[in-house]
Write a protein that binds this ligand. Structure first.
Ligand code: ADP
Length: 262
């Protein structure tokens, strides 16, 4: 689904996340400076930009894990004051508990992680199936490939059926073939769940593969440079003319070498 024109600053009745003039400094570093944009309900929004432009800081602020110095973040019209069950987060380095099995890690994402009632057990089973880990319920993280670990991370984030999925370079550590597969699986899950997704990446190809809209950030200080609507049918072929054109436009906008998958 594509947003109409540029809605980076205007309010919209479908707005799910509203970021208004957000700033965040760490000692002498201004990680975010006056960042404003909004994300529509059900939108798949990718944030790209060079290392250090504040992508993780921004995502953590939306998750309620970090408190900006200025500005505000609204979710469904309400200010973010801390983490909440309405937002699930997937981290770059999996962040799984090594001493818990796949089932145990996914259960941890439930509101009642210690509960083994039939409903919670059924929910874990549903999530295992959703991310394609059937048969691996009793495996420990060290027994899994990077792609499988990240699927556990996704299942854990989805456990309480959050309205918003926040993903911080989730596929940065998996190989290109597995990444392609996970892109397809993530888009299938997104279609089924109709969640609002904010997906951080420094890979332009990945952003154009996934997003309805790409927010391009600049570093030092971290600001929003521009936004691009990606109005292409899915699944998107990376060699298609329109795809290549979008990638080239974003790369030109960034004006510096940012990774692509090729
Ligand atoms: P990105 O995710 O785009 O790489 P980050 O949000 O991680 O960017 O970081 C933005 C800037 O803020 C960087 O210059 C980084 O070094 C700095 N920064 C992030 N977290 C901290 C922290 N906890 N303490 C000090 N500086 C930080």
């Amino acid at each position: 689904m594509a947003l109409s024109s540029d809605s980076s600053t205007g309010r919209d009745s479908r707005e799910k996340i509203t970021i208004q003039n957000v700033s965040r400094s760490y000692e002498s570093t201004q990680a975010l400076a006056d960042v404003s944009f909004s994300v529509a309900e059900g939108e798949f929004c990718c944030v790209v930009g060079p290392s250090g432009c504040g992508k993780t800081t921004l995502l953590r602020a939306i998750a309620g894990l970090d408190d900006p110095d200025g500005g505000s973040i609204l979710v469904g019209g309400d200010p973010v004051t801390g983490p909440g069950l309405d937002r699930g987060m997937v981290f770059q380095e999996y962040a799984l508990f090594p001493w818990r099995t796949v089932r145990g890690n996914i259960r941890f994402g439930l509101d009642r992680p210690a509960c083994d009632c039939p409903d919670c057990e059924a929910r874990v089973k549903e999530l295992v199936d959703l991310v394609g880990l059937d048969g691996f319920e009793d495996a420990y993280p060290k027994e899994l490939s990077g792609g499988m670990k990240q699927r556990v991370g996704i299942a854990r984030a989805l456990a309480v059926d959050p309205e918003i999925l926040l993903m911080d370079e989730p596929f940065g550590s998996v190989d290109a073939r597995m990444r392609d597969r996970l892109h397809g699986e993530l888009l299938d899950i997104w279609t089924q769940t109709e969640q609002t997704v904010v997906f951080v990446t420094h890979d332009i190809d990945e952003a154009v593969t996934l997003a309805d809209r790409v927010i391009v950030m600049d570093a030092d200080p971290g600001t929003v440079q521009s936004t691009f609507s990606i109005d292409l049918e899915r699944p998107r072929g990376r060699t298609a003319r329109d795809f290549v054109d979008h990638v080239a436009q974003i790369r030109d906008e960034l004006g510096s070498p940012v990774e692509t998958s090729h």
